[in-house]
Design a protein around this ligand. Sequence first.
Ligand SMILES: [Zn+2]
Ligand SMILES: [Zn+2]
Length: 259
Amino acid sequence: MLFGIYPFGHCDLFDICYLEFNLLHELGAPLWGEIKTWFSGPEYLLWEVILIIKELVVGPLMSNCFIFGCNKTKEAVVIDPGGDTDKILLSLADSNLKVKYIINTHGHFDHVSGNGKMKDATAADILIHPLDADMLGMLSSNAAIFGISVENSPPCDRTIEEGDKISFGEISLEVIHTPGHTPGGISLFTNGIVFVGDTLFAGSIGRTDFPGGDFDTLVASVQNKLFKMDDDVRVLSGHGPETTIDREKRFNPFVGQSS
Ligand SMILES: [Zn+2]
Ligand SMILES: [Zn+2]
């Protein structure tokens, strides 16, 4: 457990606060985290880090792989290990985390091509939506379009669908089916945070010109599901920087108010 004094801000007693990573990191916190406030005053907070989120850029298409862990129990999931598995394993070891599940937001090679090595190293179960499950056996042909060679993934251990809950440590992730980029694309939601894969990016959306992609379906997924979330929900995408629901609602040229 990690505690510290946060000397710059204020929030109400026993409120849940989200604090800036760089300020916390200077105080020794892991990369990002959800902060549970134990006691606060006008000039300080006493906090406890209960979530660990680590973002690693992996593979030839610079995909975002997320390590999402419970700091209390040290159980974690790895979302989209799209390559560079040694780097992911090192980062897990750095934070003393044990992987319970490998979750794929969709079946494209740049999000799943590290599944095999991750599973060999951790014995964690691979989870994916049933409509993308067959893609795990077609990675090499998918990657060949980009002139990249990769090994196929092992088959998934379990399929996950809309409304399913994935529990590890004290964290529960809800599965939201967000098709359009691929038929079995999913987003993963927990309090204040959503991992969206290639469905939505900061200022953009995922491509819909690959097999199984459909532009209208993708727009409906974003507008009817993701945009129904609270404005301040953090959006962690499969490529590029973090954004928020509010920012994309207002400024995204494909699915936002001005589209
Ligand atoms: Zn993709
Ligand atoms: Zn991608």
